[in-house]
Design a protein around this ligand. Sequence first.
Ligand SMILES: Cc1cc2nc3c(=O)[nH]c(=O)nc-3n(C[C@H](O)[C@H](O)[C@H](O)COP(=O)(O)OP(=O)(O)OC[C@H]3O[C@@H](n4cnc5c(N)ncnc54)[C@H](O)[C@@H]3O)c2cc1C
Length: 490
Amino acid sequence: MGKPSIEELREQTRGAIITPDDEGYDEARRVHNGMFDRRPKVVVRAEQVSDVVAAVRFARERSLAIAIRGGGHSAPGFGTVDGGLVIDLSPMRTIRVDPKTRTARAGPGANWGDFNAATHAFGLATTGGIVSTTGIAGLTLGGGIGYLSRKYGLTCDNLISADVVTADGEILVASEDSNPDLFWALRGGGGNFGVVTSFEYQLHPVDMVYAGPIFYEVEHARALFELYREFIQDAPEEFGGFPAWHIAPPLPFIPEERHGDTFVAAIVHWAGPLEEAEKVLKPFRDVAPIVAEHVGPLPYPALNGAFDALFPKGIRSYWKGNFAKELPDEAIDVHLRHGPKVPTASATMHLYPINGACHRVAPTETAFAYREASFAPVFMAAWSDPAEDAERIRWVRDYYQATAPFSLAGGYVNFMADDDHGKVQTNYRQNYDRLAEVKRAYDPDNVFHLNQNIVPMPRTGRGLRPRAAGSKPTEVRARREPRPSRRREV
Ligand SMILES: Cc1cc2nc3c(=O)[nH]c(=O)nc-3n(C[C@H](O)[C@H](O)[C@H](O)COP(=O)(O)OP(=O)(O)OC[C@H]3O[C@@H](n4cnc5c(N)ncnc54)[C@H](O)[C@@H]3O)c2cc1C
């Protein structure tokens, strides 16, 4: 039998199959980060699980690298690939909420805007990203940090089960009771283990919140960081805000003459009783004179869309992230040195808090390794003009590197850039070997390698060589392992 043709793939799938000869190819190959202009051989717009199975089998029979795309927000552009096959899950975005059990089942192509709108109708939510266009899939699989993390844990802590298409094209359920090793790895281990075709989440009663940005003059940044350092240690867990640097966008609540000026900001978010909000947030009102603010009661999904306009699809971007346990004076000095040089309105440092509920999960309970960290800073810049690449990237790198002496060795995998592949083991630390074993059990040939790649644990001394993301498969092949017994379920 010869290799299957594109026509045969078309016959096997309900979703569109888009090749370079087809209309819409240029749009179909694009991901969020405009720095990755790649040309896949074929894009499969999966509409159902069987499309995913057909796509995985087709790619394997044709030895095509597979890029899995949920929301397409990956900073290193993992949702596309030169000369390979993209499984674009965006058509699979149905969300069903069960208000009785306070759970939701969501398709892997949904983004946080879709998800929050669906759950908000029931006065429910779970921890999700702060930009509405980010995909639930990649964010959940890498961990998931958001306004609700301190109260309800990381997004992956709220994952109850996932349906997964493996590298063999098998369909499995991963949960505490079914393939628990796979379920463990999915909660932080990224897209290494298969294509997730459905996510089941725990929801919580979150309806109206009290939130928004407060802008202060840069000269008050030290006072803000010092306040935040103390406040966040034992702040009520319903508080989920963070300090940030921002060049003021032209928004009506900011005096027009200050548009384009640089500020230090507190993005405050209170998901507790609204009548308590002003009391809890008072320290942020008192810490320094306020230049502009837009804080008040609003539906939970509203703030989730507030930053969207700063990060349109196709904008170029570069990211770094690390973790920190504490925020010593010297670390604050670094923030004060680099933050005010923030180069554009679409660049920032957000110092996300990940204590509270995130600390109540043990470091080996899920693949997310750094449960003792209290802060997950992200350093990122986005811009449009390629001529600005070097300057924007330099700001991110310099700032990130200057914080290194006050940070833990690893960082959040979802904040890693294209050049962070060498950090994968450090980012998973004590969990890396177990992840490599699970990888060997479910994807021994490293079919799913366009991600923060976990290399399958070699059976003996000779095994798979680490493969850089985007590179061709290595010749070295691990011998096929007998798998741990797994129930086959649909
Ligand atoms: C503007 C912006 C804001 C962000 N804000 C936050 C935030 O608030 N909190 C936070 O934690 N992170 C945030 N992130 C980072 C975000 O978590 C990662 O970029 C994440 O990977 C995005 O997921 P995605 O599905 O959109 O991306 P994609 O590029 O589609 O996928 C990312 C990775 O996940 C894999 N993957 C995707 N879908 C599947 C699937 N169904 N099965 C298996 N593997 C899959 C892909 O192969 C890839 O390796 C933000 C990113 C951006 C660009």
